[in-house]
Design a protein around this ligand. Structure first.
Ligand code: SF4
Ligand code: SF4
Length: 132
């Protein structure tokens, strides 16, 4: 897959609250390119048909993976209606991949330093990664 050129947000220094209290004011790990956050079958069941239709897109080429929508540099489920405020619109039912990014983890710290998701965590399905 071709690398996506991301417009980075400013870096944030310091350790975030491990319980996630700083996440809404950060949102760096939710800034990434298209086809980044993939959904497993369990994610699809948890989200249900209405949210799937609103926030996800089915890849056309076989085998047709489903991804959370993306605007080119940020997740389509990221609510950017308020400046410097980055709540996830589907937080309670967010995909499994998003749940692997823990505040203060290497992935989180890399995203805070770069201003967008880095390479520490790949949301790609293992079968997709093997096919590309
Ligand atoms: S980069 Fe870290 S602090 Fe920022 S939103 Fe993601 S998990 Fe939270
Ligand atoms: S689904 Fe929510 S938690 Fe996951 S990348 Fe998008 S905005 Fe962030």
């Amino acid at each position: 897959m071709a690398a996506v050129r991301l417009s980075a947000l400013p870096a944030i220094t310091g350790e975030p609250d491990p319980a996630g209290a700083d996440c809404v004011g950060c949102g760096r790990c939710c800034h990434h390119g298209p086809s980044t956050v993939t959904l497993f079958e369990s994610d699809e069941v948890r989200m249900g048909p209405d949210l799937l239709a609103q926030y996800t897109v089915l890849e056309r080429r076989p085998p047709g993976f489903r991804f959370v929508k993306n605007n080119g540099h940020a997740c389509g489920a990221l609510d950017v209606s308020r400046p410097d405020h980055y709540p996830c619109a589907i937080y309670e039912v967010r995909p499994q991949g998003c749940r692997t990014v823990e505040p203060g983890s290497p992935c989180c710290m890399e995203a805070r330093e770069k201003g967008h998701l880095g390479d520490s965590v790949l949301f790609l399905r293992s079968d997709r990664a093997a096919a590309t």
